[in-house]
Design a protein around this ligand. Structure first.
Ligand code: GUN
Ligand code: FE
Length: 482
C-alpha cells in the first residue's frame, strides 16, 4: 500500500505537524509504516517510486482536499451503554447508574443481545474514526467474549475489561468477590488465547476493571491488583469523578482518604492504569498519579453532566492524558465531539477563572497557587485563576487532536506503535476528505484555505461522512465511496 499526499499528526502536545507531498508505504504483512518521505512533489513521484523500489505497491493519490490523520483513540467507553446513548441525561451520576446504566448493562446476561448490539457499536466507532478503544464491558464473561470477538472480526484495536462489582449495586447486577476475580482471570486467559494467533494478539488486550470505589470492596480491589500484576495487563476504573461519588466514598471510608490513596494502597495505580474523569483530584493525588505513571481519561461531555466541574487539563499536564467519549455518560460516540467539548470546557473554565480572579483581587486576596486541596467550585476556580494569569487554561484544537491520538496512545503505552506517523509504527489511520458533499463543511474556493484550515474545519465542523477510509494495523477496516 502506497500513498502520496498530505499527512497530519501531533507528535507533541499542542504541536501540529503537516507533512505535505508525502510518500508513505505500508508493509502489508506487518501492517507497519515502511517508508515515510515528505516533500516529494508529484512531478518527482514516479522517479522516487523507482529509486525506492516501491513499484509493487498499489498507489493512492490523495486529492488537495484529502489528508490522512492517525486514527482516534477512545480511552473511556462503556460498550453496553451504547444502547441508550442520547437519553438519560437528566439526573446526577449516582441516580443515573441505578436508573439507566445498571438496567442497560444487565441485559448483556443474554449473549444474543451482545451479539446483536456489539457489531453495531464497533461499526459506529470505526465510522467515526476510532481505531482503538479502551472498553468497559459488562459483568458477564460470555458477553465480554462476544465484544472481544467482535472487535477482532471488525479489525479494531481493543482493550477490553470485564467490569467487576461486588457491593452497593442492585441484587441482579452484582457478583461475589470470588466470582469477579475468577471471571476476570478467565477473561484475561480467553483474550490471551486469542492473542496466540499473532496478528490478533496485536489488536486485543484484556484489562482489569474494577468499576469504581463505591461498588468494589477492598478485598476485591486488592485481588484485582494482584491479577493485573501477575498477568502484566492494564487496569482501568473511575476516579474522583463527581461530588456524589466522592461523598459516597467518604461515607464508606471517611474524608481523610482520597480515591487515589485507596487505589494506590490496593496496588491499582500502575503505568498501565487509565483512570476516567479525575475532576476532583487534589494536588497530592495528581502528584501520586504522575509518580505511578497512571493516566487520566478526560471525558468532557460526560463531565458536563455528572462531574460538577472541569478537569483542568493544562494545570495537570504532567499527568498522561487521553480523551474519552464515556458512552453513555457522554452521549456522542465520536472523538470529534470529545475534542470539541474539551476545547469549549477549557474556555468556560477560563471564564470562570477570570471571574474568580477578579473576585479574589477585589477581596485583596492572592490568586496565586492555592490548590493544595482543590475540590470543585470556588477553590478549583481560584486555582484556575492562577493558571489564567499564566495564560494557559484555554486549549486549542491542536491539543484536542493530540489528546485524541498520541495522548491516548501514551495512556495505553502504545505510543511506539500508534498515534502518530513514523517508520516502524503500525498504520492506524483515517482518510479525511473535507470536500465530501452533504456534510456540515462548506468550502469556498475564493477563500484560499490552507491545509491547516482544512484540518481545523474537519475538527470543528466535520463528521463521520468526511472519514472515507479507516485502517488498523495496515488493514482497511472501513472504506466508503463518496
Ligand atoms: N462510575 C461508575 N460507573 C460509571 C459509569 O458507567 N459511567 C460513569 N460516567 N461513571 C461511572
Ligand atoms: Fe465511565
Amino acid at each position: 500500500m502506497l500513498f502520496h499526499g498530505t499527512f497530519v499528526h501531533t507528535p507533541k502536545r499542542g504541536e501540529l505537524v503537516i507533512l505535505t507531498d508525502t510518500l508513505l508505504a505500508v508493509d502489508e504483512t506487518t501492517g507497519r509504516i515502511a517508508t515515510l518521505l515528505p516533500g516529494i512533489p508529484r512531478t518527482q513521484l514516479e522517479a522516487t517510486i523507482q529509486t525506492t523500489q516501491l513499484q509493487q505497491h498499489t498507489l493512492t493519490l490523495l486529492s488537495p482536499t484529502q489528508f490522512i490523520l492517525p486514527g482516534f483513540i477512545d480511552t473511556h467507553i462503556h460498550a453496553p451503554q451504547i444502547t441508550y446513548a442520547g437519553t438519560g441525561t437528566d439526573v446526577p451520576l449516582m441516580v443515573w447508574l441505578n436508573l439507566y446504566a445498571f438496567p442497560a448493562e444487565k441485559k448483556f446476561k443474554d449473549v444474543e443481545w451482545a451479539r446483536y448490539v456489539y457489531p453495531k457499536l464497533v461499526d459506529r466507532l470505526l465510522r467515526n474514526g476510532t481505531t482503538t478503544a479502551l472498553y468497559f464491558g459488562s459483568l458477564h464473561l460470555e458477553a465480554n467474549k462476544v465484544l472481544a470477538n467482535t472487535t477482532l472480526n471488525a479489525g479494531q484495536r481493543a482493550f477490553i475489561g470485564k467490569v467487576c462489582i461486588d457491593q452497593n449495586s442492585p441484587d441482579d447486577y452484582i457478583e461475589s468477590t470470588e466470582n469477579a476475580v475468577r471471571d476476570t482471570e478467565a477473561f484475561i486467559q480467553y483474550c490471551l488465547s486469542l492473542g496466540q494467533r499473532k496478528e490478533e494478539g496485536l489488536l486485543l488486550t484484556p484489562v482489569v476493571t474494577p468499576r469504581f470505589l463505591p461498588t468494589c470492596s477492598i478485598p476485591l480491589l486488592e485481588q484485582l491488583g494482584q491479577l493485573a500484576k501477575r498477568y502484566d495487563v492494564p487496569i482501568q476504573s473511575h476516579i474522583s469523578e463527581s461530588l456524589d461519588e466522592v461523598a459516597f466514598v467518604q461515607q464508606l471510608y471517611g474524608s481523610e482518604i482520597s480515591d487515589t490513596e485507596i487505589f494506590d494502597k490496593t496496588g491499582l495505580l500502575t503505568p498501565r492504569t487509565v483512570m476516567a474523569h479525575g475532576v476532583h483530584l487534589n494536588y497530592q493525588d495528581t502528584q501520586t498519579l504522575a509518580q505511578r505513571g497512571t493516566a487520566v481519561a478526560v471525558c468532557p461531555l460526560s463531565n458536563a453532566y455528572f462531574a460538577n466541574g472541569v478537569f483542568p487539563s493544562t494545570r495537570f499536564s504532567y499527568i498522561k492524558q487521553g480523551l474519552g467519549t464515556d458512552i453513555g455518560g457522554g452521549y456522542a460516540p465520536s472523538m470529534l465531539s470529545s475534542i470539541r467539548h474539551l476545547i469549549t470546557a477549557s474556555r468556560y473554565l477560563a471564564s470562570t477563572a477570570a471571574a474568580a480572579a477578579a473576585a479574589l483581587h477585589g477581596a485583596g486576596a492572592d490568586a496565586g497557587v492555592d490548590n493544595s486541596n482543590n475540590h470543585a467550585g470556588v477553590t478549583a476556580a481560584a486555582a484556575a485563576a492562577a493558571d489564567l494569569e499564566k495564560g494557559d487554561i484555554i486549549m486549542d484544537w491542536r491539543t484536542g487532536l493530540y489528546m485524541a491520538t498520541r495522548g491516548g496512545a501514551e495512556c495505553l503505552q502504545i505510543q511506539d506503535q500508534v498515534g502518530s506517523f513514523q517508520v516502524g509504527m503500525s498504520f492506524d489511520a483515517i482518510l479525511v476528505d473535507v470536500a465530501v458533499s452533504g456534510t456540515p463543511i462548506d468550502l469556498f474556493p475564493g477563500n484560499d484555505d490552507r491545509l491547516e484550515d482544512y484540518v481545523e474545519k474537519f475538527i470543528n465542523l466535520g463528521d463521520d461522512r468526511n472519514i472515507t477510509n479507516v485502517w488498523v494495523n495496515g488493514q482497511n477496516v472501513l472504506s466508503l465511496s463518496r
